[in-house]
Write a protein that binds this ligand. Structure first.
Ligand code: NAI
Length: 336
């Protein structure tokens, strides 16, 4: 029986990269059936709801989703759909593998970077609890709990053990936010104590950003609270070729949603030039998650082959191809 997967195409370049990824996944020969649901600006326009109930109903059945980016207005308007999905489904791990693709020329190409970012996904300043204390004074609450911090720390160390990684670095600002980041750090230290074979280090977030640019090869697995994880992920994406590349997975105890690090890229939406690599690599993570290892390797291998050959790359990574040409090249690479 076909494995059912919830597909949320999203906004902006979302439908373009989602369509490309669906084609690439299907070309692996894996037996999947997509349950297509809308969330985001398009859902609001068509259905009058940002996050319609059928999104949750579908994810309740399939437990696995592939999602394009969804738009969140700046400085007002509706709250983030991503935050709502992650909180409601308890997707406490945001895993972002940041790896250099073969053949791709970046300022750091010589370094064969391979970082694994574990971002806490449900709390911190993303709790969305803000209010105006008195006119012109607003307050935003940063929530850090022992439960969520222990979970993300354990996820990072478990990954490090399973994948034979050498080091986990916790990133914080506990010199200033002594209680909240202090608690996060305390949890990381507690968990680190159970994984004696893995080196554990800590860095203050500002220093970590500098070190990531100066010496990215000294990093291995990174564990961060939500906000620093969000910012550092984009910084790290910049090291390996940009946002068009880096995949992600939001994982909880029952559900998982796979999506790229990038947003809706309104500047290039509808122009057929978006790079679908990040969502394709997210789909490869998804296939591995549903134990379709062969299909995962086939898709990942094909993407890497297209990069190694370098003839059909999109503009954001120095090529001239559009979304369609890149996708055709990935599909063709599967049969070689
Ligand atoms: P963005 O990631 O959409 O774009 C930043 C830059 O990277 C732009 O120049 C864009 O053209 C480029 N870029 C991103 N993805 C690309 C791709 N696949 N191929 C080629 N170029 C690509 O970030 P921005 O502009 O800050 O955010 C736009 C919207 O996306 C906002 O509404 C934001 O809230 C939302 N967003 C949604 C996310 C999600 O749903 N997971 C994640 C991040 C942002």
């Amino acid at each position: 029986m076909a494995r059912q997967i919830t597909l949320i195409p999203g906004d902006g370049i979302g439908p373009e990269v989602a369509e490309a990824t669906v084609r690439a996944v299907e070309a692996t020969g894996v037996d999947v059936e997509w349950e297509r649901v809308e969330a985001g600006a398009k859902a609001l326009e068509d259905l009058g709801q940002l996050l319609p109930d059928d999104v949750f109903a579908s994810l309740e059945c399939t437990r696995v989703g592939l999602k394009g980016p969804t738009a969140t207005p700046i400085g007002g308007g509706h709250p983030s759909i991503n935050v709502a999905l992650r909180k409601k489904l308890g997707l406490y791990v945001n895993f972002r593998p940041v790896r250099m693709l073969p053949g791709l020329k970046t300022r750091f190409s010589d370094l064969a970077l391979d970082l694994a970012i574990f971002r806490e996904n449900t709390e911190d300043l993303y709790s969305g609890i803000e209010h105006e204390v008195i006119p012109d004074v607003v307050e935003s609450l940063k929530i850090i709990t022992k439960t969520a911090s222990m979970k993300i720390a354990r996820a990072a160390f478990e990954y490090a053990r399973r994948e034979g990684r050498r080091k986990v670095t916790a990133i914080h600002k506990a010199n200033i936010m002594k209680m909240s980041d202090g608690l996060f750090l305390k949890c990381c230290r507690t968990v680190a104590g159970e994984y004696g074979e893995i080196e554990y280090t800590e860095l203050i977030v500002d220093n970590a950003c500098m070190q990531l640019v100066m010496r990215p090869e000294t990093f291995d697995v990174l564990v961060l609270p939500n906000l620093y994880g969000d910012i550092v992920s984009d910084l790290a994406a910049g090291l390996v070729g940009g946002l068009g590349i880096v995949p992600g997975a939001n994982i909880g105890d029952r559900h998982a949603i796979f999506e790229a690090v990038h947003g809706t890229a309104p500047d290039i939406a509808g122009m057929g030039m978006a790079n679908p690599t990040a969502l394709m690599q997210s789909a490869a993570l998804m296939l591995a998650h549903i134990r379709e290892r062969e299909a995962a390797e086939k898709l990942q291998g094909a993407v890497e082959r297209v990069y190694a050959e370098g003839r059909h790359l999109t503009r954001d990574v120095g090529g001239a191809a559009g979304t369609r040409e890149f996708t055709e090249a990935v599909i063709a690479a599967m049969s070689r």
